[in-house]
Design a protein around this ligand. Structure first.
Ligand SMILES: *[C@@H]1O[C@H](CO)[C@@H](O)[C@H](O)[C@H]1NC(C)=O
Ligand SMILES: *[C@@H]1O[C@H](CO)[C@@H](O)[C@H](O)[C@H]1NC(C)=O
Ligand SMILES: *[C@@H]1O[C@H](CO)[C@@H](O)[C@H](O)[C@H]1NC(C)=O
Ligand SMILES: *[C@@H]1O[C@H](CO)[C@@H](O)[C@H](O)[C@H]1NC(C)=O
Ligand SMILES: *[C@@H]1O[C@H](CO)[C@@H](O)[C@H](O)[C@H]1NC(C)=O
Ligand SMILES: [Zn+2]
Length: 422
């Protein structure tokens, strides 16, 4: 167990701040192709404040708003500027005094924005809050995350969390309230980065451009909700993974002893396309199953909207439940067996699937599942979303090693994945 101090800190991050909570799992109905229909229920969004620490988030109401039309002074409200060469609006903050370095970092962000713009169809600009500063640890390169995840009902009538950057593209006439920025990015000016135009890359250097491109895809929704939330809360080794738990306390300053309402587990839109394949340890006859099947099982825990006297009671009841054993513990074990989690693109079959990272012998929150398999896609045209990128090579080197794909760094699998979620 971590100290009480740090547990309280973590709990606060997982909790609603408001009292009028309607259960997320019964929110409005719509599909991503028709209009989002507002209901009396106030959607609950997840806001992140630090891309380097996904634990730093709060759940809060994001009441439905009518879309502002024709406003081109306010980027967060659908500028609809059409296809410019860079649909990413950069709010760049440089914490370095070396202006040459700041300029290089800024132009790398701009280049990454142009590359992504050219690969997909964007209808609304995406605002990146980008920070380049010394993170006081040369091993840290940087990270990006959506600023806000919002619940939207997918075609299968299941609400899932979508990054705001994608929701904007759907151009709903009514949508959950937007945060002023779409993607949070933080990169380490203290890391040994190589920039376009520098001399030959050194063996220990990372190509800044590659890292930004990779991270921006996480910010655009390349991310599973499945993580070890409860183990993290207790500060113990990972024993189970679940979809995102929606917890609600009436306290604005919740402590260890506050009552909590639990209103279910929610997936990200990325999860909608994940299938779990049988491995040797499964009984014969086990069929591939969507991860959503397991999320449904998790949601048998409850009943939903039960109020628990405190976080310890909630956690111990979850960990003592049959769902913990059959889902959380089962899936964390699968997440350390190669080739068990796949992403099946929209309209595709298992033959079209992309293997996700489940090769790490110890489950690693953030590296496992939310990346493509390092073993499968090294030296292929889908190298970009592996959890580990080689130092000492430029993005051009990686493209050539991958077979000089005509689409550059954004491989065909990554395109299919992004087309599926967006
Ligand atoms: C926008 O894209 C269309 C095709 O998708 C193209 O014909 C048109 O020239 C583009 N406009 C600009 C301003 O880039
Ligand atoms: C500033 O950064 C540039 C580019 O990395 C580097 O070449 C230069 O030496 C730096 N200047 C100072 C004063 O550190
Ligand atoms: C919060 O307060 C409301 C209204 O008093 C109550 O219905 C709800 O159960 C409370 N939730 C928790 C988690 O205590
Ligand atoms: C799936 O793979 C088949 C065979 O390669 C291909 O024809 C089809 O277009 C793919 N579908 C998707 C959705 O990627
Ligand atoms: C890679 O492809 C481009 C065209 O897309 C070509 O101009 C270039 O020569 C190729 N490079 C190698 C090393 O094959
Ligand atoms: Zn990553």
């Amino acid at each position: 167990m971590k100290s009480l101090q740090s547990i309280i800190f973590l709990i606060r991050l997982l909790i609603f701040y408001h009292t009028t909570i309607t259960p997320i799992l019964t929110t409005s109905t719509s599909t991503s192709n028709s209009d989002f229909s507002p209901t009396a229920a106030v959607p609950q969004c997840i806001d992140y404040s630090d891309p380097l620490d996904f634990g730093k988030h709060i759940i809060k109401p994001c009441p439905n708003k009518a879309r502002l039309k024709g406003s081109n002074t306010n980027f967060q409200n659908d500028l609809s500027s059409g296809n410019s060469s860079n649909m990413f609006v950069l709010q760049f903050t440089c914490g370095e005094t070396n202006t040459t370095l700041c300029k290089k970092a800024k132009s790398a962000f701009e280049a990454a924005g142009k590359i992504i713009t050219a690969a997909f169809i964007f209808k609304a600009p995406i605002v990146i809050d980008a920070n380049f500063l010394d993170l006081n640890d040369p091993r840290l390169l940087g990270a990006a995350s959506p600023t806000r995840l919002m619940p939207i009902v997918s075609e299968d009538s299941v609400p899932r969390m979508y990054p705001q950057a994608l929701v904007k593209q759907f151009q709903y006439s009514v949508h959950p309230d937007y945060s002023p920025t779409d993607i949070l990015a933080k990169f380490n000016s203290g890391a040994d980065f190589w920039f376009q135009g520098d001399g030959p890359i050194g063996p220990q250097q990372s190509n800044f451009h590659t890292v930004i491109l990779h991270e921006l895809f996480h910010g655009l929704g390349f991310s599973s909700s499945y993580r070890d939330y409860f183990d993290l809360l207790l500060g113990q080794p990972s024993e189970g993974i679940t979809a995102f738990p929606m917890l609600d306390s009436n306290s604005t300053n919740p402590t260890f002893n506050d009552p909590l309402k639990f209103s279910g587990f929610i997936e990200t839109i990325f999860d909608k396309f994940i299938m779990i394949l049988p491995d040797k340890s499964d009984p014969s006859g086990t069929k591939p199953l969507p991860i959503s099947y397991f999320t449904n099982q998790l949601n048998q825990f409850g009943p939903l909207n039960t109020i628990f006297p405190n976080i310890n009671v909630l956690t111990s009841q979850i960990m003592g439940s049959p769902q913990w054993k059959s889902v959380a513990q089962y899936l964390i074990k699968k997440a350390t067996v190669a080739n068990t989690f796949v992403f099946v693109p929209r309209g595709g079959t298992l033959a079209n699937a992309t293997y996700l990272e489940t090769n790490l012998k110890v489950y690693s929150s953030g590296s496992s599942i939310s990346h493509v398999s390092l073993a499968k896609y090294t030296n292929t045209n889908d190298f970009l979303m592996r959890y580990s990128l080689e130092s000492g090579v430029t993005i051009e080197d990686l493209i050539i090693k991958g077979g000089n794909y005509s689409g550059g760094a954004i491989g065909p699998r990554l395109r299919a994945i992004m087309n599926s979620i967006g």
